[in-house]
Design a protein around this ligand. Structure first.
Ligand code: ATP
Ligand code: MG
Length: 289
């Protein structure tokens, strides 16, 4: 019998608490496990089964009126691995119970509305796991760093986000906000790796270097967003992400733990199975002529 993969729960270790300092989180660390990459891959595959069953139950129980759903918000610097999380953690789920929304720079139409206008319709419906690849947090992160909105508007947005998240939480949305935290050194390696291979050039964005140059301002904006919007009903988690395999299993475990918290149940049918069995049996000789 091998040692358990997790020696302590990443859900607790990575959850942002009072007096949180982003500065104190080492992006290269792997809190909660001493395992290696190979063991990490095995754990990811094992826990995918567990995740899938919970997802099926969540979806099934919504058919009988349960309003529970999960919203996972992913925020990170470029090349931190959001795409890998979507593919490797959420890619194992059933498409019907999954809703992925990627938020890019707002279009001209979107800019005519309040920043939450484009976000509200993407909140997952009952039974669904929603994943935001970037989110309304860009409106207080990149927009703050790039002065795309005046300071008083950014200030207003923290409050608006808190109210918005409170409101959807009251309607059955369990919210989990995750920052994938990479080091600037690791980001440089990933950008160079993208340049090394022509098949990865489509992933390379020259603009990423401009954002990279503002690293300190981005970290301040992340810290402020976390400070202003961390709440028991909408907690932040900061996941060290220099090791991709670690970030994936850690995110998966956080999601699993939230789903266990919802504790979805297979709904009972509103029919008598014996009565229905005999109905089906009476039709066994049916043919399509
Ligand atoms: P990839 O990892 O594939 O590059 P990505 O999330 O970086 O994925 P891109 O299309 O490269 O996707 O970039 C999206 C861009 O949109 C980011 O630079 C992000 O800062 C920007 N963006 C997203 N939301 C907003 C917003 N509300 N205001 C301004 N910019 C935004
Ligand atoms: Mg990009």
């Amino acid at each position: 019998m091998s040692a358990p993969f997790w020696s302590s729960e990443p859900d607790e270790l990575l959850r942002v608490g009072p007096d949180f300092r982003l500065r104190s989180v080492d992006p290269g660390s792997k809190p909660g496990t001493d395992a290696d990459r190979e063991a990490g891959r095995a754990e990811l595959a094992r826990a995918s089964e567990e995740l899938r069953e919970l997802q099926q139950k969540l979806f099934a129980q919504s058919r009988t009126g349960a309003r529970d759903r999960l919203l996972v918000v992913l925020q990170a610097m470029d090349a931190a691995g959001k795409g890998g999380i979507v593919n490797h953690v959420f890619g194992a789920l059933e498409p019907y119970g999954l809703a992925l929304a990627a938020f890019k720079a707002p279009s001209a139409e979107e800019r005519e509305h309040d920043f939450l206008w484009r976000v509200e319709p993407r909140v997952p419906g009952p039974g669904v796991i929603g994943v935001f690849d970037r989110s309304h947090y860009e409106d207080v992160i990149v927009q703050r760093v790039r002065s795309l909105a005046p300071p008083e508007e950014i200030e207003r947005r923290y409050e608006a986000i808190a109210e918005f998240e409170r409101r959807i939480a009251d309607d059955g949305v369990r919210i989990v906000k995750i920052m994938l935290h990479i080091s600037p050194e690791e980001q440089a390696e990933r950008l160079l790796a993208r340049l090394d291979e022509p098949e990865k050039h489509w992933k390379y964005d020259p603009g990423d270097v401009d954002e990279r140059l503002r690293w300190a301002e981005y970290m301040e904006a992340f810290q402020a967003a976390i400070d202003r919007t961390n709440a028991p009903h909408a907690p932040w988690f900061v996941v060290p992400a220099d090791a991709k395999w670690y970030a994936r299993v850690a995110v998966q475990r956080i999601v699993l733990s939230e789903l266990h918290g919802i504790d979805p149940r297979w709904p009972a049918g509103d029919f008598d199975p014996e009565e229905q069995r005999s109905r089906v049996e009476r039709t066994l000789d049916l043919r399509w002529p």
